[in-house]
Structure formats: C-alpha cells, structure tokens
Write a protein that binds this ligand. Structure first.
Ligand code: WT7
Length: 656
C-alpha cells in the first residue's frame, strides 16, 4: 500500500470527546501504563471492572508456564457480576435483553427479571444434583432462555459448554463425551428463517450414538410446543424444572481460575479442541473490551448478531454487555428472513446504537441491497447508529466502505476486531474515540495486549514485513487449557519453535511500515474460515473418508470466495471408477450430505472434485499447494514432473 492509497478515517471531535478512551494520547497512556507495570495495570482494571467476593492479592502466576493463572486467590461469581450487581446499583428495571423472535415477536426482560429467571434455573439445576465443577452442555438457539441457562450454570459454578445449534448429532455426541457433562439443556425446536429444526430429537440421536453415559438429564425449553419424545426419568421440561423453585439463589463463589466454560473449536488436526476459559480473567476482558472497544454507555442499545454457540456470542452477548448493565438485542432469526432488510429494520425498530456483525453477512446483504432498493439500508432510518463493528474474518476494503457509508451514514466508526475463541475477547482493534481507521486493518493492539509479528525463529520482523502473529505476554482472558489435553495445549499455542515463550495465534500478519497498523493475512495452519466459521481441513477430510463405502481418500483445501471469504473445496478419490456428469453430481451430493451429518451443514464442501488419485510428492505427501491452485482455477505453473499420474490434473479440474 502506498501512502496515497491509505485513507484515514479519524474519529469525529464529538465522538472522541464522549468516548471512554478519548483520543490517541489516552490510548497511548494506557499502553504505557501496561508497559511500565504489567501486573499493576491488569490488577487495577480487575478491581475497577469486577465485584470480587474475596479480593485477590496475587495477580499473575507464571510458575507453571504456559499454564498461567490470574488473580488466583480471588473469588467471584460471573452471574453475580452480570445480574445482581446491576440490580444492586439501581438498574433492576432497566431492560437487559430485547429478544426478537424469527417471526418478529418481541419480548423484553429487565435485569430483575433476568436475575429471577436465572436463579430459578440455577435452583432447578441444583435440584438435579448439578454442583460446582460439573459440566452442562447447552444446545439451544438464540433465546433469553439460552442466555439465562449460561448464566445459571455460572451461578452455581457449573462449567457450560454451548454447542452451536447447526452442529450435527455426531458433533454434539463428541462434545458431550469429551466434556463428560451431567446434563444437556436444549429446546424442543429451533426456529430460523421460517423453518423449524427438531433440536431435541438431535439430542436424542446424539445420546443414542453412545458414549454419553455421563448424561443424567435432558432439560427441554418449550419453543413451539409441537409434539416430541420425552424419555421418562431422563428428560424434563424447563417449565416443570423451574416451577416452584425459589426466585433467589445464592451465587456459588468460585476461584478466579475456575472454568467458566468450555467451547469447542477447530484446530489443524481432526478432533475439535475444548477451549477452557477462566472466570475472573475472562470476565474482566469481556467487560473491559465491551467498555472500551464498543464504548458502551448507559443509554446504548447494543446488538451483536453472533450466535451464543460461538465465542462472540459468549463474550459480547452473555457476559460483556450484561457485566456493564447494558441493553442488548438477542435475535433468533437470520439476516435474510423474511427479507434481506431484516437487520436494517431491526436497527430502526429498536433504535440500535452499536451494531456488531461479520463481513460475510455484510457482503451478502450488499448483494441483496444492490439488487433491490427495498432491502437497501437507505430505505430504513438508521440514524440511531453511532458505532459499527466487524468480526470473524478479514473485512475487505470495499465491504468496509459500503458498511461505513450505507449503514453507518458516513458518521459511524467501524471497529474491525481481531480475536479468537482462545483469546476470550478483542486482541487487536481500533478504539472508536481514539484510533484513526484504515479500511481492512484491525489497527493496533488493545491496551495491555502485547501482540507482534515474528519470523519462524520467533524473532520480531520489521514493520512492513509479513510474518507470524504472536502475543508476547500472557493476558487475563487467554485460554487456560484444552480440556483433557494439556500436551495439545502446549503444542498448539506455546510451541517449542518459540521456546514456549510466545502465544501462537495461528494467523499471519503484517504491520504497516509507517504506522505499525496490523493487517491479518489469514491462517497459517490447516484451518479454514468460511463465513466467519472456523473449520479444520482435517476434520472435513475425516468426515469424508468416514463414508467408507464410497471414499478411499480425500484432501480439503480452502479457496477465496466473494461472499463467504473462503469456500471449502474437497478432492476425493472414490473406491469405484471415476464418475462423470449426472452420476458425479449425485455422488457429490451424497458426500455433502454425509459431511452435513458428520459435522453439520456449515462444513459441507462447496466444490467437490474427483480424481483417480491425488497429486503427491515422491515421499507420498499430498501436494496441497497444487490443490489450492487447482481450487482457485489457476493455470498450473508449478513443476508437476514428479506426479505419478499427470492425467489427474485434468480430472481434478472438473467441479461438481
Ligand atoms: C480466527 C478465529 C473472533 C471471534 C470469532 C471467530 C479470524 C477473527 C478477524 C478479523 C481478520 C479475523 C482469524 C482468527 N479472524 N477476527 N477482525 N480480521 N481475521 O473466532 O472461530 O476462534 O476464529 O478468525 O483467522 O484466528 P474463531
């Protein structure tokens, strides 16, 4: 990028004056404070942001690095911090959640009501014998009940593990088994885009697959009330469980390091990893980033469109905004139902002031808006907006500009927030009243986060030179462990290549030669990002080869896609002669359905290509770079003389 190409968007004087972090000098002062006294900085914020039952005296413990501990002798409760504390400071009657159902019905709950609901669920869970340290799997769509169920687990010290409602029975089973959960909280149905999906029956299917012997109860929230099977002695309705329960529940005070939740995410090997988060450090960063990055104020209406099944929904729906006493939207549906104006209509109806969504959603809504004025943001009153956010994948400058102009009316800063399931909250992001913005750049580290770019040996590279994104010091909301697999934790995040001293994010990055702004250049491992959803190529390969009657071998790579960012492309060798035409299409469909069953619809390959074998090096390694070129439709310029069977290049060119 030459200097002339860089267009800076500076915060307006008014936005700057009113912001929690006001101006670059204020940002720099925080960065300097953390630099001077790292532990003192985080300790100050942990005291200011959270209510502790027992104050901590220790800040960071690195004795067993990289298994870091923060605030370890302090005790607190996340649900107390998100609910009771707000009621105690006079916000009991303030709306906590504005829920809009798929069909448009609106339900609101105040902080007092949410506290009562959470307490009753918490008491209900206790009556089932769930105690501190037990795991509870939550498999539910976007709802007040979903948020309350998470808060109820936190209230009694049970570790929740939310599984996104789009995952299959097999994926749900794997997660239940890995967590050893005692209970599953689900709903009879999930309603999205006018369609109903039988969630509870997927739970039944998952348990029937075996390995879920730890499950004693399945608690079912009634969403539609249509008939479902209930297993006597195991299944019960949430209404029945909570009816008659006391409306108060003394929070279970837990140590700061107590695991608040496990959330499964994809890595470079086949098995998803259970990312374990703490209570104290995690909640601190959830609250702090909501305050500084989103500049959340008392009268804001905040809307994060993520699902609670992903980390974004955990940090910026269930915990961050509630910890600050904010008012937020929870939306059950999809951005394109009943039409692609749904987001804009909801912003208008609820006077949303802060809106946080993913580039994929923006890109698909741009397409729809350009085709139809009625669903263009200009057809709605979006004047309530003052701040926009982006998350999950790089936002291309064209989408950024459109978002800024047409959604933000040219007046709203956009915070392009880089972070990961493992980081708990924002890592590299603009602060809206401070950081001049550059479309496509996530700008600078959040104050206190020591991110940098290094080469393969761990040496910092000069600005302007691409490399590997790392974090130099542990931070409060970082992943604590991979559930049940500490070795994998070390290998994945604190590899020996960097002498176990640097946190490896798994992304490439480059800092601007002049101002040091970060641009994320994409994953450096075998992880894909499809519509902001993270997926391991090996996970999809395993799913394909588990179709044993058809598939001999499979290799999966990503290719760029205009809407979804990346698209999944699978190369498949069948156990039968090479199919062509309609037959090949039919087999491709069968394979997609199989992957959908194994993992979930989000993992279905967009492209499927068949070959009699896969291109391999002499030592038998699949030539993935070559496959990536084929997937992109590039002319092959690489040396293919070592290929056993050059004819397969022609075969693999055909996409089904
Ligand atoms: C991966 C993490 C962060 C919550 C949702 C995704 C990519 C995330 C950005 C961004 C460029 C981004 C990275 C990262 N990513 N945010 N603003 N710009 N890339 O969490 O599923 O754990 O995925 O998403 O590749 O490693 P996740």
């Amino acid at each position: 990028m030459s200097e002339a190409d860089i267009k800076l968007y500076n915060p307006s004087a008014a936005a700057q004056a009113a912001a929690h972090v006001s101006g670059m000098a204020a940002y720099q002062a925080l960065v300097d404070e953390a630099e001077r006294d790292y532990e003192g900085y985080w300790a100050r914020l942990a005291r200011e942001m959270l209510a502790w039952k027992t104050p901590f005296t220790k800040v960071l413990n690195s004795d067993n690095s990289p298994f870091f501990k923060w605030f370890e002798d302090g005790t607190l409760n996340a649900s107390y911090n998100c609910l009771d504390r707000n009621v105690e400071r006079g916000l009991g009657d303030k709306t906590a959640i504005i829920f809009e159902a798929d069909g448009g019905e609106v339900t609101k709950v105040t902080y007092s009501e949410l506290l009562t609901k959470t307490s009753q669920i918490a008491n209900g869970l206790k009556s089932l014998g769930i105690v501190k340290g037990d795991r509870v799997v939550i498999y539910i769509s976007m709802s007040i009940d979903g948020v309350a169920a998470m808060q109820a687990c936190a209230r009694i010290g049970a570790t929740h593990s939310v599984v996104f409602g789009g995952f299959s029975a097999q994926s749900l089973r794997d997660r239940i088994e890995d967590t050893g959960a005692k209970a599953v909280i689900t709903a009879d149905f999930q309603v999205r885009g006018g369609k109903q999906l039988a969630l509870k029956s997927i739970v039944d299917e998952a348990i029937a697959l075996g390995g879920c012997e730890s499950i004693r109860n399945v608690v079912v929230v009634k969403r539609t009330g249509a008939p479902i099977n209930m297993t006597a002695g195991r299944d019960l309705w949430m209404d029945e469980l909570t009816a008659g329960q006391s409306t108060t529940c003394e929070p279970t005070w837990v140590e700061a390091e107590h695991p608040l939740f496990l959330l499964y995410t994809s890595g470079s090997t086949g098995k998803p990893k259970g990312v374990q988060h703490s209570t104290g450090g995690y909640l601190l960063h959830a609250a702090l980033t909501t305050k500084w990055t989103f500049d959340l104020k008392a009268d804001d209406v905040f809307w994060c469109t993520a699902d609670i099944g992903w980390v974004t929904g955990h940090t910026y729906i269930t915990y961050g905004p509630l910890a600050l006493g904010g008012t937020e939207i929870v939306f059950e549906g999809v951005p394109t139902y009943p039409d692609a104006g749904r987001f804009w209509k909801m912003i208008q109806d609820h006077k949303v002031s802060i809106f946080y969504t993913a580039p994929t959603a923006i890109r698909s809504l741009i397409k729809a808006a350009e085709a139809n004025d009625a669903v263009h943001p200009k057809s709605y009153d979006l004047s309530s907006l003052r701040l926009l956010g982006s998350v999950g994948e790089p936002i291309n400058p064209a989408a950024w500009e459109w978002y800024h102009l047409h959604v933000g009316g040219g007046r709203c800063p956009i915070v392009d927030t880089f972070w990961q399931t493992e980081t708990g909250g924002h890592m590299i992001t603009p602060l809206p009243g401070a950081t001049p913005l550059v479309p496509g750049s996530c700008t600078l580290p959040f104050p206190g986060i020591q991110a940098t770019v290094v080469d393969e040996t761990g040496k910092e590279v000069p600005w302007g030179q691409g490399g590997i994104l790392v974090v130099k010091k542990p931070w409060p909301s970082m992943i604590r462990n991979i559930w049940g697999d500490p070795e994998r934790f070390k290998k994945s995040y604190y590899p020996e290549d960097f002498k176990g001293q640097l946190y490896l994010a798994g992304d490439g990055a480059i800092r601007d030669a002049k101002n040091g702004y970060f641009t994320i250049t994409g994953r450096i491992d075998d992880v894909l990002n499809v519509s902001g959803h993270r997926m391991g190529t090996m996970e999809i390969e395993s799913a394909l080869v588990s179709c044993t009657e058809l598939v001999a071998e499979a290799a999966v790579v990503g290719r760029p896609d205009d809407t979804t960012g990346e698209a999944i492309c699978a190369f498949v060798v069948l156990k039968r002669p090479l199919p062509v035409g309609d037959e090949a299409k039919a087999i491709a469909k069968q394979l997609r359905d199989h992957v959908g069953k194994e993992i979930g619809p989000i993992a279905k390959p967009k492209d499927i290509r068949f070959g009699e074998n896969l291109p391999k090096t002499r030592s038998g390694k699949i030539m993935r770079r070559l496959l990536r070129s084929i997937a992109k439709g590039e002319t092959i310029t690489q040396d293919t003389s070592t290929l056993e069977n050059p004819a397969i290049l022609g075969q693999l060119g055909q996409n089904y």
